[in-house]
Design a protein around this ligand. Sequence first.
Ligand SMILES: [Zn+2]
Length: 227
Amino acid sequence: MLKYLINLFFPKLCLGCNSLLLSNEQTICSACNHSLPHTNHHLLKNNETTTKFYGIIPLEFSAAMLYFHKKGIVQNLIHNLKYKNHQEIGTLLGRWYAKDLEAISKVKMFSEIIPVPLHKKRLEERGYNQVTTFCEALSNELQIPYNTTLLLRNRYSKTQTKKDKENRKEISNALFDVTYTDADHNKHFLLVDDVMTTGATLEACAKALLKIPNSKVSIVTIAYTQS
Ligand SMILES: [Zn+2]
C-alpha cells in the first residue's frame, strides 16, 4: 500500500525517455531497453574503437557498448548518470554489458578493471565518479578485481567539451600517472570510461598504464560518439 502511494505521488520515470515506468520496470523502460543502439563492437576484431587507436597505442581489445546520438536515449542516460546522480544507470548497463563480454574469450585475460579517474577537485564537486557503478557491476559479474588507486589524474582540466586538435594535445598532457609496485607488473588492465569521443583521455590513461612493466591494456566504454 505504501509503495503504491509513493508511486502514485512520486511516479518513477524512465531515465532514457522520461515516460512513466510500469511497476515491473526499473530505471529504463522496456521500449528504451529494446531500442538501445548496441554497437556489438565486442564481436568484431576491427571496430570503430580499434581503428581509432591503431598505430597510437597498442591495445589488446577495445569496444564501446552503445552508440551515443545527440538527443537520443543514450545521451539522456549518460546525462542522468553524470550530472543527476542516477548511478543506478551504471549498475544496470554494467550488468547487461558483462553478459556480452562474458561471451568472448578475451574477458578471462583481464587482471583488473581501472576506471578513468576524475581529478580530486572534480570528484569533490560531483560527489562521485560517473563510471564507478558501471565498473563495479562489471567487476562483480565478471569476477575481476576493481582498482581505483593505481591510476591517478594529476591536473584539473576543464576540457571535456571541446574537441579541437589543441584540446586533444592538452588532454594528452593532462598527466595521468600510475603509482605501482612489483605486484602490479605483468597485468592486463581493462580501462573503463563513460563516453569515447576523441579518445584522447583514454590514450593518455593507457600510456600511463603501459609504463608498468610487462603490462597490457584493453578499453571499454559505455558509449561511443563520432568525434
Ligand atoms: Zn524509456
